[in-house]
Design a protein around this ligand. Structure first.
Ligand code: T1G
Length: 701
């Protein structure tokens, strides 16, 4: 056997054990090892075969790193055929998460058993793929068409007991020794003369499926998938499972899998899969850097952000003290938390009991003395540097030595905040995104003096509370908000050039953005951006700059909260409606500014909005603010709803071609001036060298 797959005979049971850390992915050596073991077992005295895995989980899928490379024999279908055609029953013994190709291996087995904590799933859709080794043909046959469609188009894991109820598992073993319990189960099957139960032998009666079932599914999924094609191909595969014999269905599945695995969409989604995990690693810091224990947390400020952040910790069982300046502000903050939990309960995503437990973990106080013993403080007050410095001076005098003092600031200087304390080594930025209890991204900001263990602790606790963490150095707006400036600026400049708000937003929404920048401004409140601009001293004195946003605020059209901004909003449904008054206003402003309006293509809208994002990203990389281009992609996908099927702004730039991006920026510079369109030196360098951001990063790693 190969060193990652072992085989031994124990009494009358042959045991195949896979040991390919970290998740027993089905690399070529694993496929070869299993195939050799199954073939060997056909010749020996075994009467049943148990297929199990060492380490933390059963096989968690194909080896995603192999995609995009020439396939290596044996292919997974060959391995599955050997299992399914075995002359002796093969029993999959599952712990951890049997996912993707891993669960497909289990489905090719004749029986499947698992311990109660195990989960099974087919998450390929999250990589822009579909189960390509029989999953779409076998699951409908044992769990039914509807359950199969839900399972495969959601990609969500299913707990063992529920999977057993669906027929996906034959036995849940109430044992904490899976290895021996699985052998006992195998011997029981042998003793009972259990048949070779092959899922392929089950046929689905087409009459059991409603005539319009698949058409309705496609329509429903098209709305949810927003341009992603994998869901549609999954429907086609399940349709084939109903209409075709097994081998023809498998053939159809392979064809559609091949279409997806070579798609730009799947390449982008696989890129984000690895980028998310890479972003958690701090260059130059050992993964064994000691971290501080976080047993109790304090949040300073019970506003929307502070309340949401408090919930993140209570949700994972960490006690939180919410500190406010007075009882009235404190009870407002506690009410925000109770309201947020109530909404989640109403959506059926949380039980009343769990809500009560979590609220129990959040206590309130107006006395700094009550937070002297906490291990982590996160300040989430108004974006005013002096106020933050005052608070950090108080924390410095109050909190125990070794407590980590974090600020949730969106763009203030973390070093200036740290300088207000005698312990800058314990100060770090933890920038949450609103709503903090929902948005996945956490920008961890490393100050000049932040200690390695404080930084490693912030990244670790961020993962523990379910966030996707990306590291930033200190600059105005860190990674995300700094890049956003150009995106929002150009969205408004395009109005003066001749676009309507709807034209700008819909072009970006067709690209895959969840919401266009102007509608987003209306949602956040145009007055927020207006105030932030008022506080800045570095903005050019340009009458065109944010002209419409400023004008609308002066007209007290703040957006959704006043019923009108760039759009009007239905008071009941909050649906956005184009507003001819705004469109007339835009034309007037353009005329006043001497701008001759013109037709603007969608292609130009995308370039004008995304290329400043990409250009700023290049500057951020050059300055060392972000560790790697893929970290920037993680920030935009998880913090700004950049479509995962486009892989993030830097991955997208690589697909467009950096020469094309650079040339377009030069064209805009020649048309609009250097004020806003100054190509980043790194972008120019890579464009001229014909390189990508990814290649540049690989050369540096
Ligand atoms: N291939 C290669 N590497 C993988 C991997 C995979 N499938 N899954 C995880 N890793 C690496 C990961 O990059 C990280 O590496 C380490 O393992 C730990 O992962 C034919 C075509 C299993 C729930 O989509 O969901 O099968 O950073 O940090 O939080 O039809 O990993 O340490 O160097 O995520 O404990 C389908 C993907 C593939 C499952 C564990 N399977 N993995 O979570 O650890 S396509 C998946 C996960 C397929 C078939 C199709 C999670 C996990 P490093 P981790 P974790």
């Amino acid at each position: 056997m190969s060193q990652v797959v072992s085989y031994e005979l124990k009494g009358n049971v042959g045991i195949i054990s896979v040991n390919n850390p970290p998740v027993n992915a089905l690399a070529q050596v694993v496929r070869e090892g299993i195939l050799n073991a199954v073939n060997a077992a056909q010749e020996d005295a075994s009467e049943a075969i148990v297929l199990s895995c060492a380490g933390r989980t059963f096989i968690a899928g194909a080896d995603i790193t192999e995609f995009g490379k020439p396939p290596k024999e044996p292919g997974l279908p060959e391995v599955l055929s050997a299992i399914e055609n075995s002359t002796k029953p093969v029993i999959a013994a599952i712990h951890g998460t049997a996912l993707g190709g891993g669960f497909e291996v289990a489905l090719a087995c004749h029986y499947r058993c698992a311990i109660p904590s195990a989960k099974v799933g087919l998450p390929e859709v999250k990589l822009g793929l579909l189960p390509g080794a029989g999953g779409t043909q076998r699951v409908p046959r044992i769990a039914g068409v509807e359950a199969a469609l839900d399972m495969i188009t959601s990609g969500n894991p299913i707990a063992a007991n529920k999977a057993y109820g669906m027929g996906l598992l034959d036995q849940v073993l109430e044992s904490d020794d899976l290895a021996s319990a699985a052998v006992d189960y195998a011997q029981k099957l042998v003793a009972e003369g259990a048949p070779l139960k092959r899922i392929r032998d089950i046929a689905i009666d087409p009459a059991s499926v409603a005539p319009d079932f698949f058409a309705a599914a496609r329509k429903r999924l098209a709305r949810r998938a927003r341009g992603q094609i994998a869901q549609d191909r999954i429907v086609s595969c399940i349709e084939a499972a109903v209409e075709l014999p097994m081998d023809e269905g498998l053939q159809r599945e392979r064809e559609l899998f091949r279409e997806l695995v070579t798609s730009a969409e799947s390449a982008a989604m696989r890129h984000i899969f690895f980028a998310e995990r890479q972003a958690a690693k701090i260059k130059g810091l050992s993964k064994d850097t000691p971290t501080r224990n976080i047993g109790k947390v304090a949040i300073i400020g019970g506003g929307t952000m502070g309340g949401g952040i408090a919930m993140c910790f209570a949700n994972v069982g960490i006690p939180v003290v919410l500190l406010e300046i007075n009882d009235e502000a404190l009870s407002r903050g506690m009410d925000i938390i109770a309201k947020n939990y109530g909404i989640t309960v109403k959506k059926g995503k949380l039980t009343e009991e769990l809500m009560a437990q979590r609220i129990e973990l959040i206590s309130g106080s107006t006395d700094y003395g009550d937070i002297a013993d906490v291990d982590l403080v996160i300040e989430a007050v108004f974006e005013n540097l002096e106020l933050k410095q005052e608070i950090f001076a108080k924390l410095d005098n109050t909190c125990k030595q070794g407590a980590i003092l974090a600020t949730n600031t969106s763009y203030q200087d973390v070093d200036a905040i740290a300088a207000a304390t005698s312990r800058p080594q314990d100060v770090v930025g933890m920038h949450f995104f609103s709503p903090a209890n929902v948005m996945k991204l956490l920008e961890v900001v490393r100050g000049d003096k932040t200690a390695d263990d404080a930084l490693a602790t912030a990244m670790k606790i961020g993962k523990k509370i379910g966030k996707v963490c990306a590291l930033s150095r200190v600059c105005y707006g860190f990674i995300g908000n700094r890049m956003l400036g150009g995106y929002g600026r150009e969205a408004q400049m395009l109005l003066l050039d001749g676009c309507t708000p709807e034209q700008v937003d819909s072009a970006l929404e067709r690209f895959g953005m969840a919401m266009g920048p102007l509608a987003m401004g209306d949602l956040a409140g145009l007055d927020v951006g207006y105030k932030a601009r008022q506080a800045r001293t570095d903005l050019p004195d340009d009458p065109k700059l944010y002209r419409m946003g400023t004008l609308l605020v002066e007209m007290e059209r703040y957006g959704q909260k006043t019923g009108a901004g760039f759009y009007r909003y239905d008071p009941e449904t909050r649906a956005r409606m184009n507003d001819s008054e705004v469109e007339t206003l835009i034309k007037q402003q353009a005329q006043e500014l001497g701008i001759e309006q013109r037709e603007v293509s969608d292609e130009e809208i995308l370039a004008r909005c995304f290329y400043p994002l990409i250009n700023e990203g290049a500057l951020i990389l050059e300055e060392g603010i972000a560790q790697r281009p893929s970290d920037i992609d993680v920030v935009y996908v998880f913090g700004y709803a950049f479509p995962v099927a486009k892989g993030g702004p830097m991955f997208y730039a690589d697909q467009v071609g950096l020469k094309n991006v650079y040339d377009k920026i030069c064209e805009f510079r020649d048309r609009y001036g250097e004020q806003y369109w100054r190509p980043a030196p790194l972008l120019q360098q890579l464009a001229e060298a014909g390189k990508t951001f990814a290649e540049w990063d690989a050369e540096r790693s």
